[in-house]
Write a protein that binds this ligand. Structure first.
Ligand SMILES: Cc1ncc(COP(=O)(O)O)c(C=O)c1O
Length: 400
């Protein structure tokens, strides 16, 4: 193929950008993490660092009960399934996991898929199609955006967490149309929480279905870590409660918890369920055990909340802009992309593993470190991280 076709140009442009960043010593992605030491520390390229880029919010990676559950399931069933659930791949552990999720999320039923990404794609596109409307927050995760595009429904977006803007969009929809409103519960790049009370009110007023992605709120929000409904005391307010099994839950996969008839519909019409293999038994068993551990070890949710408070207040006291976060996802605003890269280099050089998020993942000028804090950290870890970040901030001009 000639080098002038669009595909070749696209490949070349991306690789040139990556090489340029690598040549400047500012490429921090895809590093080898050979050990996760208790969740608060990690061996990165053979060097131990404080881990501030983990999604294991409750520090459950490597938990002995969860590891045992996975190993026992492998001993019992092996590592794979026979195929898709509908045909030959459904195991008792899948049903047990779905009942556990339904109970944890206080829903009638649940369905699981093999990733959170695929859950959003398949669920949004199973619920809405041509002639329907899907309305999405501008900062929603890429998997939601892709699901909306794939669905073929009319795709409307509203300004981030702006309920007036949402109402304007709802007013735009012709009467009698089916509407799905979809949002992250906790926004993955900013850490702020969706205004659920107002969103639910608007959905009721305009007869819209509401789908909320709890990737970063499961185990994080609510007194027992049950998520955003528990946080706001609004149990039963969300029609479609989506989440992943790859963050707080140390496995892989995605789920939806909802009314029984909706789950039955998804089991027979969502393409990732019908045309893709089931979750491996070891991962399903690990996920089930993790939900049980969250309810047994309630101190983890409490500790995460305390650490989050310490981390955010510490950064603000140093003079950093942490935007509107109230959760374990903590942006540290740097401004231009190269400043975020320089901050990362300084932090990693001094043993704090954080990563930069730059354009186009976030708007130009809003590049940041995206730090995460977990229940695995202790107050001493956080103090050390503050010292390192403070020094990095001064050296790069983020702090004056
Ligand atoms: C808000 C949100 N939804 C969905 C996903 C996709 O989940 P998974 O990694 O399980 O595919 C992510 C992952 O980063 C996310 O942040």
């Amino acid at each position: 193929m000639a080098n002038s076709d669009t595909i070749s140009k696209r490949i070349q442009a991306m690789n040139e950008r990556v090489n340029q960043i690598k040549d400047g010593g500012m490429y921090f992605y895809n590093q080898s993490i050979s050990e996760l030491r208790g969740g608060s520390r990690a061996l990165v390229n053979g060097r131990e660092m404080g881990m501030y880029a983990s999604y294991s919010y409750l520090g459950l990676v490597g938990h002995p009960k969860i590891n045992d559950a996975a190993m026992n399931a492998i001993k019992k069933y092996g590592t794979g399934t026979h195929g898709v659930r509908t045909l030959a791949g459904s195991l008792p552990i899948h049903e047990e996991l779905e009942s556990t999720i339904a109970e944890f999320k206080q829903a009638e039923a649940a369905i699981t898929y093999t990733s959170g990404y695929v859950t959003n794609l398949t669920v949004v596109s199973a619920l809405v199609g041509r002639g329907d409307y899907v309305i999405s927050d501008k900062l929603n995760h890429a998997s939601i955006v892709d699901g909306c595009l794939m669905s073929g429904a009319k795709f409307l977006r509203f300004n981030h967490n702006d309920m007036e803007a949402l109402e304007n969009r709802l007013r735009q929809v012709p009467p009698g149309s089916s509407i799905l409103v979809v949002s992250d519960a906790v926004f993955s790049m900013d850490g702020d929480i969706v205004d659920l009370p107002r969103m639910v009110e608007l959905c009721k007023k305009y007869h819209a279905w509401l789908m909320i992605d709890e990737a970063h709120s499961l185990g994080v929000l609510g007194a027992r870590g049950r998520g955003i409904e528990e946080h706001f005391g609004m149990e039963g307010a969300i029609d479609i409660k989506m989440g992943t099994l790859s963050k707080t839950i140390p496995s892989v996969g995605g789920y939806v918890a909802a009314k029984r008839d909706l789950i039955g519909y998804l089991r027979h019409s969502s393409r990732a369920y019908i045309f893709s293999a089931a979750l491996p038994p070891g991962q399903a068993a690990a996920a089930k055990a993790a939900f049980e551990v969250i309810l047994d070890e309630t101190w983890r949710v409490e500790k995460l909340k305390n650490n989050t408070q310490l981390f955010i207040t510490g950064l603000k006291d140093l003079g950093f802009d942490t935007m509107l976060t109230e959760t374990a996802v903590v942006p540290v605003l740097c401004g231009e992309d190269d400043v975020a890269y320089a901050m990362t280099r300084e932090a990693q050089r001094n043993g704090v593993f954080v990563l930069p998020v730059v354009s186009p993942a976030v708007p130009q000028g809003l590049a940041r470190l995206r730090a995460t804090v977990t229940a695995a950290h202790d107050s001493n870890d956080i103090e050390v991280a503050m010292d390192v970040l403070s020094e990095a901030g001064k050296r790069t001009g983020v702090l004056i």
